[in-house]
Design a protein around this ligand. Structure first.
Ligand SMILES: NC(=O)c1ccc[n+]([C@@H]2O[C@H](COP(=O)([O-])OP(=O)(O)OC[C@H]3O[C@@H](n4cnc5c(N)ncnc54)[C@H](O)[C@@H]3O)[C@@H](O)[C@H]2O)c1
Ligand SMILES: [Zn+2]
Length: 351
């Protein structure tokens, strides 16, 4: 099969990999239809975080090609959403809802596990990992929103849930990548009344507004903190979503949080510090982490299928496997908010 291969920083190519085969009776083979590039992939592409050489990509939807003998809930032809991590659904962490921390799980597209930016993926614990999409005849717009459920929509939701967003809240979203923009969708969905998005990019500013941001600020760092404190009468926001992963964005999130608020942080941390003085003297908490995407997909899927949310709009660049190199470059150069990769033809239900 053809699959995207990581060859080191800045080195993304398409090459040949062995066709995956069922290894255990609980496995399924998924024929990937749509995949995408994540902000997390950019850390590897930039050479900031390590990634094993070989397959890459952890966000995909596709069609079941083959199901192992023990797989009961899925059959060939089913359209499925894959969360970015696989999970057994039964370990102590999965039982507590933390599917992204499964004791027997792992991430797609790293350490030799098939990646979502390739033609086929062997999915371990298929019944527990994959979510079947009901219905047929889904539009291309819905398909894009389904692949956004693989990671970024669930991750933005995790930031909002972790920060305890509730009806009537004023929320600040730090970060205007796909995750931050999905954080805006999630905050709105949970009833936030005022949503302040930090963004300098006109395309992302427009998307943030479309998703429900009431205020869009171009300021960053101390300037952003000063302005948001002024906008909230010196009190700060009820919930702050950290969706970048840098020291500055974490400082901004803590700097705008009101007394008693919680920072919901999902950015992969790089030189980030937790300001303990703020934690203790302003009673500001920190939650967040690896999004338990598998836990969130069913409820968010209902909203996608009902047309209540449309996270697929973050995918503003698209290509096929041959164009994967530019799909990464476009995101790095901020020509794209998020890159969609059309991998396989014959998407079940696609128009
Ligand atoms: N926790 C999880 O499960 C999980 C899942 C997916 C992604 N992530 C992480 O979430 C983060 C965001 O992902 P993404 O795909 O949106 O990434 P991205 O790189 O596309 O977007 C980040 C955006 O933040 C903006 N930004 C940078 N510094 C800022 C600042 N100080 N204030 C405001 N905005 C700032 C950048 O301009 C960029 O547009 C990354 O760290 C990614 O690795 C975490
Ligand atoms: Zn991702």
């Amino acid at each position: 099969m053809r699959a995207t291969l990581y060859g080191g920083p800045g080195d993304i190519t398409v090459g040949e990999r062995p066709d995956p085969r069922l290894r255990t009776p609980g496995d399924a083979i998924v024929r990937v239809t749509l995949g995408c590039v994540c902000g997390s992939d950019l850390w590897y592409y930039r050479g900031v975080n390590p990634h094993a050489l070989g397959p890459i990509g952890h966000e995909f939807i596709g069609v079941i090609e083959q199901a192992g003998a023990d797989v009961t809930g899925l059959k060939p032809g089913d359209l499925v959403v894959a969360p970015f991590t696989f999970c057994d659904g039964t370990c102590a962490n999965c039982a507590a809802g933390w599917t992204g921390n499964c004791l027997n799980g792992g991430s797609f597209g790293n350490h030799g596990v098939d990646g979502g930016q390739g033609e086929y993926v062997r999915v371990p614990f298929a019944d527990a990992t994959l979510v079947k999409v009901p219905g047929s005849g889904h539009s291309d717009a819905v398909m894009k929103s389904l692949v956004a459920l693989s990671d970024v929509m669930c991750t933005g939701h995790h930031a909002a849930v972790s920060a305890g967003v509730k009806p009537g809240d004023t929320v600040a979203v730090v970060g205007d990548g796909a995750v931050g923009l999905c954080g805006v969708i999630a905050a709105k969905r949970l009833g936030a009344e005022r949503i302040i998005s930090l963004s300098r990019n006109p395309v992302r500013q427009a998307l943030a507004r479309e998703f429900g941001a009431t205020d869009v600020l171009t300021e960053r760092g101390d300037d952003a903190i000063k302005l948001i404190m002024e906008m909230t009468g010196g009190i700060g926001v009820d919930a702050a979503l950290e969706c970048v992963g840098t020291g500055e964005s974490m400082a901004t999130a803590f700097g705008v949080a009101r007394v008693g608020a919680v920072v919901g942080a999902v950015g992969v941390p790089h030189d980030s510090l937790v300001p303990l003085q703020t934690v203790i003297f302003r009673n500001v908490g920190l939650r967040g982490g690896i999004a338990p995407a598998r836990r969130y997909i069913p409820e968010l899927l209902d909203d996608v299928l009902a047309g209540r949310i449309n996270p697929g709009l973050v995918l503003d660049y698209e290509t096929d496997l041959d164009g994967i190199g530019d799909a990464y470059a476009a995101m790095l150069e901020r020509r794209a908010t998020k890159s969609l990769v059309r991998v396989g033809a014959g998407v079940q239900g696609a128009m």
